[in-house]
Design a protein around this ligand. Structure first.
Ligand code: BGC
Length: 733
């Protein structure tokens, strides 16, 4: 006799049957909800049901919060509720879920986990860290109700004074593209759409909307565009955000070469192009050039999509086919990312786990720049420690602008700056993680004092009697502004000089958004670059100072000795009238950062790729092979007494669009090794890194020949070299 199924099983079965019926009914009503279909098919199916008005609604966003909306976002795009298409709710998110840029009544102080700066994450040279950061932000965004993150900032750091470098991933296209791609992948893993931005060559903040970037197109492909290309391949972002500036006299958001030719035709990017906020200047020109969505239309001098686009369609200047294509691209990304199948569900944040992600990123991103006589790591038996400056008693600095995150626990300190009468104040925000407290916890027997550094003599007195003096120096960067020099602001150089004179065992901890000059650098015992350290920055810094973490960060950006070494010693575009544009000729082409320094035979203060450890590594037995690309293998050995992680970097000397052969980073690895441990590493270069971009033939050209390949611990510390032969080859664009 068959025995009776228990009641619970019957209930479960009937519930499953009911939901199956509902799904089947939905599948009949809404065939685009069928997850088995491709995102493109699903987009086509839903577009077939949409009115022109609904499609036009999808291609324009606003920063004005719709009535009844409870999520305070940087941007909103109306959905099509009758067809199950949700509203897009967009948040800034390079460094954590940001607050809306113009202040918002719903969530003006909405807290989220603050990551260290983009340069810090890039300095880890570890894509696993970048991906974990992305996944953390993606999850927090979901829990706050967002389905689009304005993340993936990958503009190359062409100038160490650029005010947004701290959001970006440095000066090298391979490093930046790899790290940004990994962060995007992490975000989208959580079923939230990520952008990649700002496309392209918005490489300074000073008068960025008037900036007309001029550069050889081949050189652009080998530099800024290569960073985007790699980030897009690795991260597959749902959208690309076009930038404020012009390129070759044409605004980026109506630049057909950038949007139609490079992005669509050459890279086959299937997602949509959204504008930066206030970056649209036309209706049909922009639509034809490849712009799919006007973001924050209330930021433009007037709306260009929406009503004006409807008129353009009625008049036939823009075809309905083009409008369909725009809507298609948006919808296919929505289906592909999962924001429709697995929408955000408001929930509290996992604060502790997320803070650990931020701490780990900072621990791997801190760069040890100097360590005379092994001053670091510090012993836990120190008796007197003088901590000075940088508000280190209460927190760590963060960068300003649209990427600003209000940290969990609220700011430890907020210093308001009013920009113009009509805009909200920008504030310098310190994350609530006190280095002083974290240091005191590491040295339980020590008397740990704090001097704010305002009174230089008092600070020097405190340093004089201490076993070590730890000076925290800060430099604030903010979107929309570039640093006027490389010097630390507020006379901090004088403070550090006075402390170093009082105590030879002085350690400088830099919390900066950019490289800085260090006139005192020979006088201090140790220097660490902690960037903007994030939610648990204080703990991460203390872990490095006391050796609980062995530093393994390497510079993703060259630290110049002075501005005279830069391609443009004077920042262009400073005194420009609001109705004119100004041209910046990027004559260095693809020779950005360390490549420029090599070309100029200039010696920087600290080179790209540089970073010390508390142990030492030996590189040996480099073997290379050529052909269509270069493969290399080598052995890395930890020859010191502590476990640590090495970042061996492979450079190839390649002639670029500009002609001269320069070293380019073509591969790297990050590997943790115990004392005495050796490991064999194998890497293969992406062949585009061995080619120059040939505009006439529209492709990547590898010129046959023998190439010098070098393995180093930085771009200036090349320890082993070999030669490999490459065959002549043409790669598609
Ligand atoms: C920034 C973007 C940001 C947008 C929305 C713009 O000013 O350049 O990076 O995503 O504002 O807040």
């Amino acid at each position: 006799m068959p025995h009776k199924p228990p009641f619970i099983l019957i209930t479960a079965l009937s519930l499953m049957a009911a939901s199956l019926c509902a799904e089947m009914a939905a599948a009949q009503d809404r065939p685009w909800m069928n997850r088995a279909l491709s995102p493109d098919t699903r987009a086509d199916l839903v577009i077939a049901e949409m009115t022109l008005e609904e499609k036009l609604g999808l291609v324009v966003g606003t920063s004005q919060r719709p009535t009844g909306e409870t999520v305070g976002a940087a941007g909103y795009v109306a959905g099509v509720p009758r067809l199950g298409i949700p509203m897009l709710r967009e948040a800034n998110a390079e460094l954590g879920v940001g607050i809306p840029p113009l202040g918002d009544t719903v969530r003006p102080e909405d807290e989220a986990t603050a990551l260290p700066s983009g340069l810090a994450t890039a300095a880890s040279w570890n894509p696993v860290i970048a991906q974990a950061n992305g996944a953390m932000i993606g999850e927090e965004a979901r829990r706050k109700g967002f389905n689009v993150l304005l993340a993936g900032a990958v503009n190359l750091a062409r100038d160490p004074r650029t005010g947004r470098n701290f959001e970006y991933a440095g000066e090298d296209p391979l490093l930046a593209g790899t790290m940004a791609g990994a962060a995007i992948r992490g975000i989208q893993e959580r079923h939230v759409i990520s952008t990649v931005k700002h496309f392209a060559i918005n490489d300074q903040e000073t008068n960025r909307t008037l900036l007309d970037s001029r550069i050889d197109m081949g050189a652009l492909r080998e530099s800024d565009l290569l960073a985007f290309e790699l980030a897009i391949e690795r991260g597959r972002p749902g959208a690309v955000m076009c930038s404020y500036n012009l390129l070759g006299g044409i605004h980026a958001c109506e630049n057909s070469i950038l949007l139609n030719q490079v992005l669509r035709q050459d890279w086959r990017f299937p997602g949509w192009v959204m504008s930066d906020w206030g970056a649209v200047h036309s209706t049909s020109e922009a639509a034809h050039a490849g712009l799919d969505q006007e973001s924050g239309a209330d930021w433009d001098s007037r709306a260009y999509f929406g009503e004006p686009l409807a008129i353009a369609v009625a008049e036939g200047t823009v075809s309905t086919m083009r409008v369909n294509a725009m809507a298609h691209r948006i919808l296919r990304s929505m289906f592909a990312s999962g924001v429709i199948d697995d929408p955000p569900a408001p929930q509290p944040l996992k604060i502790n786990a997320d803070a650990q992600v931020a701490q780990h990123a900072e621990e791997e991103g801190i760069v040890l720049l100097r360590n005379e006589k092994d001053l670091l790591p510090l012993s836990s038996n120190l008796r007197r420690i003088a901590v000075i400056g940088g508000h280190a008693d209460i927190g760590v600095l963060s960068g300003g602008g649209s990427s600003q995150v209000i940290p969990v626990g609220g700011p430890a300190l907020r210093i308001e700056f009013k920009r113009r009468a009509d805009t909200i104040p920008y504030a310098m925000i310190f994350d609530p993680s006190s280095p002083l407290k974290a240091i005191a916890a590491k040295a339980p027997h020590a008397q740990v004092t704090f001097a704010d550094g305002e009174d230089v003599d008092a600070a020097a007195m405190a340093a004089k009697g201490a076993d070590v003096a730890i000076v925290f120096a800060t430099a604030w960067e903010i979107e929309g502004h570039d640093a006027q020099s490389l010097s630390l602001p507020r006379d901090q150089d004088r403070l550090i000089g006075a402390i170093a004179a009082a105590n030879r065992r002085t350690i400088v901890v830099l919390e900066t958004g950019n490289p800085v000059a260090m006139p005192w650098h020979e006088q201090v015992g140790a220097i660490i670059e902690a960037w903007y350290p994030g939610q648990r920055g204080g703990e991460a810094i203390a872990n490095v100072l006391f050796g609980a973490v062995n530093p393994s960060g390497h510079l993703p950006i060259t630290f110049p000795a002075s501005t005279a070494q830069l391609p443009r010693p004077d920042l262009p575009g400073r005194n420009i009238a609001w109705n004119t544009t100004f041209t910046v000729d990027y004559r260095e082409g693809a020779a950005v950062g360390y490549k420029w320094f090599e070309q100029q035979h200039a010696t920087p203060l600290y080179p790209f790729g540089f970073g010390l450890s508390y142990t030492q590594f030996r590189y040996s037995d480099l073997r290379v092979s050529g052909g269509k690309t270069i493969s290399a293998s080598f052995t890395v050995t930890n020859i010191g007494k502590r476990a640590g992680a090495a970042v061996p970097q492979l450079y190839a000397m390649v002639p670029g669009a500009g002609g001269s052969a320069l070293h380019r980073l073509v591969a790297w690895n990050k590997l943790a090794l115990r004392p005495g441990e050796s490991r064999r590493v194998h890497v293969t270069a992406d062949p585009r890194l061995l080619a120059h971009f040939d505009e006439a033939q529209r492709g990547w050209h590898i010129v046959a020949g023998d190439y010098r390949i070098a393995l180093g611990a930085s771009s200036s510390d090349l320890r082993l070299a070999a030669t490999a032969h490459l065959d002549d080859g043409m790669l598609p664009p």
